[in-house]
Design a protein around this ligand. Sequence first.
Ligand SMILES: [Zn+2]
Length: 321
Amino acid sequence: MNRHVVSTSIMADPLDRIVDDRFKAALRKARDLMGMVAESRTLRDIVPGFQTQKGIYKPRDSEYALWIRQTTKGPYPDREPTVYPDGSWSYRYAPEAKNGRTDISLSTNRALLNCMDDRIPVGVFIQKKLSGFDTAYDVMGLAYVESFDGTHFVIRGEAIDADSEPMISDIIPPFQPFERLPRRTSNSIRLLREHAFQTAVRRAYHGRCSLCELGYSFRGQPLAIEAAHLIPVSERGTSKDIRNGVLLCRNHHTLFDRYLWAFDEDFRVMVTGDRMFRKSAANNCVLKAEGSKLPNLPEMQYDMPAREAIRFRLDRFHSNE
Ligand SMILES: [Zn+2]
């Protein structure tokens, strides 16, 4: 059996429409690196063109841009990307300028407009404002050029489910707690989706445990920090929507998965009454947090854990007591 044909019939990956294999491989790479924070010397070795080019990179033989790279030194004030419940994000990107003037007819800007017209994604790298690391980039993954508003390109990140259109920003759809009956999903797509869910939840919580606010990373990869599902995947809880997630350190994730603590609809921490547990957890800050609100939550109301998911979790927590 031809595996390539099988995998494309399962899922319509937008990258499959791209004919140029090298271009496609480079985009796949940007998607695989999503969520990583890397120094530019590391990216130089793995991302084509990263060595020399800033701003928009258009390979010489291509009519499309391959990636964009936002540095903190740009002439325009840049804002953090906004994250949406489906894991997509939006970002406004200033076009290239010549002699200090925006010129949309520059070949790089035109290449981005071609990406917009033909719905070809681009890789996005955003320089991180991290003191002591002037050259670290946040690998945002793949994104579409949604529009050009006269002054900026509106860039829209892929959704967790890369074959769905990213959510429309001003119409946030209601939360769908459960995934439909499993369609035939290949292992690599499942892994990619899990990776995208982890990355999106991490972004919404700025990389820190919702309960204890600890966050670690090593060589650009987060360490011991995990997106927990409120409705577990084993019970068909969705991985396509970050409202079924909360970011926890590994310690608090383990206790959460055993229903030893939960939070209510006001995000107040509840801890099991099990006396043995409470004694053993004397040095764990979960007991200190009991009754108070989770200190680290997403900025945007629409990214918060969904009511239905919290209720599901509370039911399990109470029946476990
Ligand atoms: Zn924690």
